[in-house]
Design a protein around this ligand. Structure first.
Ligand code: FAD
Length: 581
């Protein structure tokens, strides 16, 4: 029997990125006792890495911008798989989210008249991204963190949640976690949980995501009975670094193209003129990523297997002002001075459009009472392709809504927090197994399994796919899944990365299986799901989302769920837009 600490709160927020912090602030402001857990330190997470900006139709630079146009752009980029109600709420509320952040102390770049400045980004009709140079995420996290620390919320750092618990009526009642420093277990006895664990780029070898992007939350929720949506939609960002090999995949912000960066192949051709003559480099990410990929595949790539991104024409002073991180990143990591030479770039796995299916009004997961989700771990906003800047805005809008939704749930329902000791002990045994069981023949290293998985996903579920390759990928993923019980790690519980990876690999494998299975179902080319063996935008598939739920036998259950028709006031926006052209 293992001793564990018990902590009691009304709400547990899992994740301290932008979504988690914004949700925690909202719940704390409603007078609830809030605990926030993060696998790393407060102030880390992906949000802090965000560069280009927050998309919100403030209309500061282009006064014609409106929530309606932001709605249209987001739906079009998502190829209409988006949850239109979620997009409507987002487009309407994002400007208030940005202004609130400013009121809480965020220092945005300014227009000459002193308004929040906005930069262009791919697929946005107007200049729309509020930004702080190319360090927007840092400013966002700094501001939210200060605001959170002024509340009574309690933050638990370097604490990893491994399981959600429900009471006998299926309502959320707690979560188990262990601290990375000592391996001590903590049981959180809570009435509601807000999942804000971010994405799962780490299922691929080349990604802009950090070690934290292992998708824990999506599988914790799936295991607890939540539905997932659009899991086949993985965003490859068009521009990651390619050289030297150690930095492959690190993001080159879309802000470079937003500020006028031009893509060229080895022949010096501005090839985006062929792929999207109207928007060129500012086309949507799915289109630019495929263009970069195709240029390299067809032999027009750079020496290190990328294409060139040139911003030198902007001039040194402006580059240093608008893109200081990019300047330093290339100088320090690649010995390239971007004020004088072009960068070499290639697509990198960046974001996941799919995620936990939430009900937009309150961010309540539809299937597990007491479980809420916000930020990258939640699906529905972006459909088949996310527009740049729409994630940071998402964190503000739906982070707040998730916090408020959890507060309303707690105020309005009866719940019994806690879980029987036997159930907690069973989970502790499972988590400790790879560390504490004796070694035996056939033991597997979690690192090697992770590498194998990442390679399989890179090879078989890349930005272009077909049935044969997906089936081969599925076979490899399932073979890794069967080998998971053999994972064995050495060392102690203290700061043991092997042990942590032994936990992560379970999530990574399950997500990969789900992605491939959904990609096999969606037989078309649409946004990020580019099936080489299928037609583009097949009408039948434009009307459905693939919704995933764990079956009673523990299998991946996939259901075709019809997208409800758009209400008249939203459908009319597209007719009016057509009439304008
Ligand atoms: P994250 O910020 O990823 O935070 C997740 C949190 O969950 C972390 O605290 C983590 O420790 C915690 N966690 C995870 N698992 C567990 C667990 N099991 N137990 C406890 N805690 C856990 N988007 C834009 O809109 N504009 C941009 O300019 C932009 N630039 C980007 C640049 C880069 C380099 C990257 C990587 C992304 C960028 N994005 C951008 C995307 C955007 O930053 C992310 O989608 C967003 O920040 C995700 O926020 P989040 O709060 O959902 O999750």
């Amino acid at each position: 029997r293992e001793d564990y600490e018990v902590r009691e709160h009304d709400v547990l927020v899992i994740g301290a990125g932008g979504a988690g912090l914004r949700a925690a602030i909202a719940a704390a402001q409603r007078g609830l006792s809030v605990g926030v857990v993060t696998k790393s330190l407060l102030g880390k997470a992906h949000t802090v890495m965000a560069e280009g900006g927050i998309a919100a139709a403030l209309g500061n630079v282009d006064p014609d911008d409106s929530w309606e146009q932001h709605f249209i752009d987001t739906m079009k980029s998502g190829k209409f798989l988006n949850n239109w109600r979620k997009v409507e709420i987002y487009a309407k509320e994002a400007p208030a989210g940005v202004i609130e952040l400013e009121q809480w102390g965020a220092l945005f770049n300014r227009t000459p008249e002193g308004k929040i400045s906005q930069r262009p980004f791919g697929g946005h009709t107007y200049r729309r991204l509020a930004h702080v140079g190319d360090r927007t995420g840092l400013e966002m996290i700094r501001t939210l963190q200060e605001k959170l620390l002024a509340t009574d919320a309690r933050v638990y750092m370097e604490t990893t949640v491994t399981k959600l618990f429900k009471d006998e009526r299926g309502r959320i009642s707690g979560a188990l976690a262990y601290t990375r420093e000592s391996g001590r277990f903590v049981f959180f006895k809570v009435k509601a949980i807000i999942m804000a664990t971010g994405g799962w780029g780490r299922i691929y070898k080349v990604t802009s995501n950090s070690w934290e992007g292992t998708g824990d939350g999506v599988i914790l929720a799936y295991d607890a009975g939540a539905e997932l949506v659009d899991m086949e939609m993985v965003q490859f960002h068009p521009t990651g670094m390619v050289w030297p090999p150690g930095v492959r995949g690190i993001l080159v912000t879309e802000g470079v193209r937003g500020e006028g960066g031009i893509l060229r192949n080895s022949r010096g051709e501005r090839f985006m003129e062929r792929y999207d003559p109207e928007r060129k480099e500012l086309s949507t990410r799915d289109v630019v990523a495929r263009a970069n990929y195709t240029e390299v595949q067809e032999g027009r790539g750079s020496p290190h297997g990328g294409v060139y991104l040139d911003i030198t024409h902007l001039g040194r002073e402006k580059i240093l002002k608008k893109l200081p991180t990019m300047y330093e990143q290339f100088l320090k990591l690649a010995d390239v001075d971007i004020t004088r030479e072009p960068m070499e770039v290639f697509p990198t796995v960046h974001y996941n459009m799919g995620g936990i299916k939430v009900e937009p009004e309150s961010c309540a997961s539809t299937t597990v009472p007491g479980l809420f989700a916000a930020g990258e771990v939640a699906g529905g906003l972006h459909g088949a392709n996310r527009l740049g800047g729409n994630s940071l805005g998402d964190l503000l809008v739906f982070g707040r809504r998730a916090g408020e939704g959890a507060a309303e749930y707690i105020e309005q329902s009866v719940h019994a927090a806690g879980a029987p000791d036997e159930e907690i002990q069973e989970e502790i045994r499972r988590v400790l197994e790879p560390l504490e069981r004796p070694a035996r023949e056939g033991d597997e290293s979690p690192y090697l399994l992770q590498e194998e998985l990442q390679e399989a996903m890179m090879e078989h579920a890349n930005l272009m796919r077909d049935e044969d390759s997906l089936l081969k990928g599925l076979e490899k993923v399932l073979s890794i899944k069967r080998r998971l019980p053999n994972v064995k790690v050495g060392g102690t519980r203290m700061f043991n990365p092997g042990w942590h990876t032994a936990q992560d690999i379970r999530y990574l494998t399950q997500i990969s299986e789900i992605i491939i299975r959904c990609a096999l179902e969606r037989k078309e080319k649409r946004g990020a799901q580019w099936r080489l063996d299928c037609d583009e935008l097949v009408e039948e598939y434009g009307k459905i989302n693939f919704v995933v739920k764990k079956t009673e036998q523990g299998e991946v259950g996939i259901e075709r769920r019809e997208i409800p028709p758009m209400p008249e006031h939203l459908a009319a926006l597209f007719r009016e837009e057509k009439a304008k052209v």
